[in-house]
Design a protein around this ligand. Structure first.
Ligand code: NIG
Ligand code: FE
Length: 415
């Protein structure tokens, strides 16, 4: 069914030409149309333009937006949204002074989530996860990358990836899945990390590939987790299976993971709270997207990714939530965009580009998502009556979303 949205106060992120991503000073340009219309048919954007050029365009349904703003739904290119239980006790422990590292060293952290997930059935895990999926869709997320990595055994990693597959089939939002077996070293391999890496390479990757359960491969390249050499080994082993790297690097320490990711043609290198000149040099001329996760910085009180250094060096940047129970128990992309402006000194234009078109690239879906373009999926947010798009990051913490359309269908809020 065709739908025509008229009297849009401002239509954001309108791109006529196919766009891979936006970098450097161009990130500060957000193409918009004021006083616009938007025409969709079924799940596809057909046309858009100024109201003055509407010239007899009709549709089966016409919706007057009465001066509301329309923008593409957010793409959240880095989440761990499939998990079991929560870790609010660790949150309280950190308030009392324990560090994230100290908690992890006592068997908390990722291993705590892995224990919970191993004890949770696939159905239960699915039911816990879809509550969060439904929540983030209503917050304007129209595409999401989801990682495994809280299983840490072959069976439990497969369980997570099957849950991701079920979400993909049951919900209209775009889902991309990433295998993150190398998220932490399980307790039983504490004294033989090589044996766990062998298990990942010889058993997990082939099984996951034979069931086509993941598009991407991730490794937590960090002191106390996986070294540069180990990350290199895992990414090399995943390559023949067609798994593209999207890796966790530079969260706490600069180890050289950025250059390693670039060497492996990683789609993205994520976190980057710590960054040096060599990392910036490595990214220049590459097709690897740096991804910042400001809610993780906020929640763990660690530095924010130096967005200005990246963008001012001519590089692109994407933004994501990192939704997970340990370092970012929030999937709110609106808050991500606000935090990027408030704490990382990104302009609203840069932050919106980073959370839409660049984020779509970071998850390999820029052909279909991330902008208002003819032929792309009809995924968009209709705001409440707000004075300007700058108001979105400015009035942080308030819900500015009136309606969300995914694949051309209005998502109804639950009463
Ligand atoms: O991206 N850094 C590694 N992984 C997650 C957090 C994992 C956890 O604490 O459960 C992250 O921050
Ligand atoms: Fe993460």
């Amino acid at each position: 069914m065709s739908k025509l949205f008229i009297n849009i106060k401002e239509l954001l992120q309108v791109r006529d030409e196919p766009t891979l991503y936006i970098a450097g000073s161009e990130m500060n340009i957000l193409p918009t149309l004021k006083n616009a219309y938007l025409l969709i048919d079924q799940d596809t954007i057909i046309d858009y333009g100024s109201m003055s050029k509407l010239n007899g365009i009709t549709a089966e349904e016409t919706i007057d937006l009465d001066q509301k703003i329309v923008l593409p739904t957010w793409c959240d290119s880095h989440t761990h949204i499939v998990y079991a239980g929560n870790r609010e006790q660790e949150f309280v422990d950190r308030i009392y002074g324990l560090s994230y590292e100290e908690i992890a060293n006592r068997g908390g952290g990722i291993l705590n989530s892995a224990k919970k997930l191993q004890d949770t059935s696939e159905d239960d895990l699915y039911n816990q996860s879809i509550k969060r999926i439904e929540e983030v869709i209503l917050m304007g997320t129209g595409a999401i990358e989801i990682k495994s990595g809280y299983g840490l055994t072959t069976d439990s990693e497969l369980k997570m990836l099957r849950v991701i597959k079920r979400i993909k089939q049951a919900y209209p939002i775009k889902v991309r899945s990433t295998f993150l077996g190398a998220h932490a070293v399980p307790m039983q391999f504490k004294n033989d990390k090589d044996a766990y890496i062998d298990l990942i390479i010889e058993e997990m990757i082939p099984k996951i590939s034979s069931e086509s359960l993941a598009q991407y491969i991730d490794v937590f390249c960090e002191s106390g987790y996986f070294t540069i050499e180990e990350t290199d080994k895992i990414l090399s082993a995943a390559k023949p299976y067609g798994l593209t790297p999207k890796i966790h690097v530079n969260q706490f320490n600069v180890l050289g993971g950025v250059a390693l990711g670039v060497k492996h043609n990683a789609r993205s290198v994520d976190h980057l709270e710590e960054l040096d000149e060599n990392d910036i040099m490595a990214l220049k001329g590459s097709k690897t997207m740096p991804v910042a996760l400001p809610l993780c910085s906020y929640f763990l009180s660690i530095p924010y990714t130096p967005a200005r250094a990246l963008i001012d060096a001519g590089l692109p940047l994407a933004l994501a939530t990192d939704y997970n129970p340990g370092s970012s128990p929030s999937g709110n992309m609106n808050l991500v965009v606000s935090s990027a402006c408030i704490k990382m000194k990104m302009t609203p234009e840069e932050a919106i580009n980073a959370a839409t078109i660049n984020a779509a690239y970071a998850m390999g879906i820029e052909n279909e998502y991330g902008s208002i373009s003819r032929g792309k999926r009809a995924n968009f947010i209709i705001t409440k009556a707000i004075p300007s798009y700058q108001f979105l990051p400015y009035a942080f913490g308030s819900d500015h979303i009136d309606q969300v359309y995914i694949k051309g269908k209005l998502i109804n809020k639950k009463p």
